[in-house]
Design a protein around this ligand. Structure first.
Ligand SMILES: NC(=O)c1ccc[n+]([C@@H]2O[C@H](COP(=O)([O-])OP(=O)(O)OC[C@H]3O[C@@H](n4cnc5c(N)ncnc54)[C@H](O)[C@@H]3O)[C@@H](O)[C@H]2O)c1
Length: 404
């Protein structure tokens, strides 16, 4: 287990493999009593090999607690390279989804298992988590542990941020997108009245534990969604290490080589942290740079009623933003072309055009973007690697870029 980034109050840890993660989770789950008494010790929590996992969706209601009640620090964690406070005291309330539940054996308790999918980001599920926390009389120093993709980490984090005005929060992201993006940076939230992430808080996790072994079982579509965010991060990084890696080793990235993944995820975490650290609550244009490609992309997702994946939409949105940047002389045309080629090299459709008949509806969705001010449509454009500008674009230019 290695500490790869310290950002605000968050320690971001990288596990060597499932065994390393399993040891860490086991230590987290031990109370002072169980550490002292072998008879009281819980069975080890093993991260289950993805080969054994299947993707069947089942819902599980909160189970009864079998965790000890003390909140003192366990003596001797057995996990190397970590200060004692990182392998923390207190009890855990696990939040999983119906897919990530299959990745850990035996199922830890107490647990709230959400149905897999975006539909689970609801206040109702936050309430279920809070009810479980109350039922088990958890204190603020006990932790909610969200293990899953962005849906689980956003929902668990929101619940943690409001439980007793904020309890400990541990995130174990299991999708590429949640490793490089959703679990890093403190944005929590759920969907409400049909609007995405409209209710939420800023509440960075205390600890984020990343284990790339999880990515072996991640479906291709979800992996590609995460890759779009990795490429975005490479565009936003102030140094060229991540971009070079993506250019030089596309095959090992696509094949999900564990060493390659550890390397690129570490670079992504460091880059995202550098944006968030300065602007946790997105008050300036700095953090809004992370929305590169998202204004064009979100409107496409809405137009296509979410049938296009988030990654495909964001990658297309970045291609649109690069074209707009070149037309507006924000960036060089050759730079835009090279970056668009990188996106298509990773299998993203950068040439997609919406039908002229879809334009009015698409424009309506563009106006819903949070960045718009005073009726202007504003976009994050890439001036060069690591530097963005926010600019209003006229609707005729946008129409030409997105439409056939
Ligand atoms: N908080 C933030 O800053 C932030 C940033 C980006 C995205 N998000 C949010 O993240 C969400 C999307 O996250 P996501 O793409 O991870 O979606 P997700 O959580 O729905 O996960 C995608 C699918 O993969 C499954 N899955 C996850 N890990 C798996 C694994 N190791 N093996 C097999 N299946 C696995 C999940 O069960 C789900 O079916 C959105 O709700 C978005 O709003 C938040």
């Amino acid at each position: 287990m290695k500490l790869i980034e310290k950002m605000l109050k968050t320690d971001v840890l990288l596990a060597d493999d499932f065994a390393d993660l399993g040891r860490y989770l086991e230590c987290l789950s031990k109370s002072p009593e169980s550490a002292k008494s072998p008879a009281g010790a819980r069975s080890p929590l093993g991260a289950r090999s993805p080969a054994n996992a299947n993707n069947s969706a089942t819902t599980q209601s909160p189970a009864t607690a079998d965790t000890p009640t003390s909140t003192k620090s366990p003596a001797g964690t057995g996990v190397t390279d970590l200060p004692a406070e990182d392998v923390a005291p207190g009890r855990l309330l696990w939040v999983l989804d119906s897919n990530t539940e299959l990745l850990i054996h035996p199922t830890p308790k107490p647990v709230v298992t959400l149905k897999a999918g975006e539909g689970s980001k609801t206040l109702k599920n936050v309430e279920t988590i809070l009810e479980a926390a109350c039922e088990h009389d958890m204190s603020r120093t006990d932790a909610i542990l969200g293990m899953g993709g962005g849906v689980v980490t956003d929902t668990a984090a929101f619940a943690a941020s409001v439980y007793k005005r904020g309890c400990r929060l541990i995130l174990v992201p299991t999708s590429l997108l949640s490793m490089v993006d959703a679990s890093i940076g403190g944005k929590t939230g759920v969907n409400f009245l049909g609007a995405k992430n409209i209710v939420g808080t800023f509440y960075p996790a205390d600890t984020v534990v990343i284990c790339v072994d999880y990515l072996k079982s991640l479906p291709d579509r979800e992996y590609k969604s995460g890759l779009a965010e990795v490429i975005k991060t490479a565009f936003l990084a102030r140094d060229d290490e991540l971009l070079k890696e993506l250019v030089m080793r596309p095959e090992s990235v696509k094949k999900r080589s564990p060493d390659e993944l550890k390397h690129i995820i570490t670079l992504c975490v460091k880059t995202k942290s550098s944006y968030v650290r300065e602007d946790l609550e997105e008050k300036t244009a700095l953090r809004r740079a992370l929305n590169l490609g998202h204004t064009f992309g979100h409107a496409l997702e809405s137009l296509k009623r979410m049938s296009v994946s988030h990654g495909d939409a964001v990658a297309w949105g970045m291609a649109c933003a690069l074209r707009a940047g070149a037309e507006e002389h924000v960036c060089e045309g050759r730079f835009a072309e090279t970056m668009i080629r990188l996106l298509s090299g990773y299998g993203f459709d950068t040439e997609y055009k919406i039908k002229p008949s879809e334009w009015d509806e698409y424009r309506k969705y563009l106006y819903k973007d949070k960045k718009n001010l005073g009726g202007e449509l504003r976009f994050v454009l890439l001036a060069e690697r690591g530097f963005t500008v926010e600019k209003a674009l006229d609707t005729e230019r946008i129409r030409r870029i997105v439409s056939a």
